[in-house]
Design a protein around this ligand. Sequence first.
Ligand code: AMP
Ligand code: MG
Length: 542
Amino acid sequence: MPVADLAELRWDNSFTRELPPDANTANRVRQVHGAAYSRVMPTPTEAPELIAVAAELLEMFGLDRDIGDNESFVQAMTGNAVIAGSDPHAMCYGGHQFGNWAGQLGDGRAITLGEVLTAADGRQTLQLKGAGPTPYSRTADGLAVLRSSIREFLCSEAMHHLGVPTTRALSVALTGDKVMRDMFYDGRPALEQGAVVCRVAPSFIRFGNFEIFAARGDIDNLRRLADYTIATCFGELLDSHGIDPTSGPLSKEIHVDWLAEVARRTADMVVAWQRVGFVHGVMNTDNMSIHGLTIDYGPYGWLEDYDPGWTPNTTDASMKRYRFGAQPHIASWNLERLANAIYPLVEEVEPLESALNSYVSRFNETWPQMMADKLGIAGFDPELDQSLIEGLLDLLPRAETDMTLFFRGLAEIDTASPVIDDDELLAPLADAYYLPDQLRGDHRGATVAWLRRYRERVAADGRPDAVRRRAMNSANPRYVLRNYLAQLAIDDAEQGDFALANELLDVLRKPYDEQPEHERFAAKRPDWARTRPGCSMLSCSS
Ligand code: AMP
Ligand code: MG
């Protein structure tokens, strides 16, 4: 029987129970030493109002479908009421930001409520983002604005349905408070509506949680956190070694194996990003989940025209450190920072290096296979097909080509007819080009040549078109949260109309299905969105 009261869930707050708290309970900004977290209460808000709830998450927790109608749920999801059984706290972590060690960061505006044991999905942690200041708020206000909250809510759910490892979102709500933001960092701050997202993940532990203890030489707490994380979140690893986590500190072999597992999960996450054209935008080590989940949706974006050099983040516009094409390398760099952080637990370089190699080997194994899936090749042969893949990735950025539409169009190519003229060959792809004029001359010739090669390869592969098409359409989404779509939902929400946000949530539940009634959400970026902020570029202001 679903329950209608969050207090009835099975709360089991292992993080606060097993790790050291900050002895100082005052909610004042400071450096916090010798602690994994600080207990802190969310700040009450003026007029909480629910915008959207994800039904799948209600189901995960065994909550009543109509719980959104309960005032007590709305109060809890905005931090206005403390749920019996929860233990609100903010985590202490550090991080490398844009390549440099940044010292203590921590949950500056996220307050974790606690952990719930679910029937089918194990331990799940609930966290409110934008619920008020914490000891880690540094110079900021602890709040979040409506636009960034809608972006996080919709994208985390969209990513889940795309099959990309991600934190989830249970709800998004208005706080009723106003928040001052200088959206363009141009000295013109304005008041915006405040909002809170309730995020859900097995845990919100980041690479940075380990880095902060290592940086401070607090090896006891580094070990406690690592052993806690492995025992609580990586139980299978201990099982495979036949180890009972209560029998004392874990060995260095376990720590090394764990790093290798984190590396593999991170590789899987990044390969999934590259498959769907997701650009995280701020891959700092404090934004890297230890579970290999996409976390902290800030100035992220979706590739529209395929451009490996693209980043949506204006703060990164000159260096483009976190551009689409660099994500695989950056993930590896971040893993190296994690390896450095846990070095004191292992004290040997070689095994850590070999654990890091798990990232490279996993990536090199799964990335080409992922590309083969996108191309619909069943009998993938890395030797034979590598140049086919390279040929395509070389071709795509030469004209503004919508990545999502291109791969869905490619599935429609006829490979059965023995003869096909160039126009017929190109027809299924026509919609993918932003500037049809670019499909002339040399580029047209090169595209036709590649497509003919592709036809031959597919013919040799032996899969009938209908079978190939079905397979491709399960690797290449029809619907992604295009940057301009999120912005349209935000524009409406800012006027108090949440229908589009909820409609998008619904469409993005089945991103691989043709949904003729929702065809407009598959359309490529309209011209008005080419340069509009929020659609093409985003600042970190959120
Ligand atoms: P991000 O790059 O957005 O993940 O944030 C980096 C750090 O800044 C984290 O420690 C955040 O908690 C903190 N932070 C970001 N925005 C705010 C805010 N409005 N108030 C307090 N802390 C914030
Ligand atoms: Mg962050």
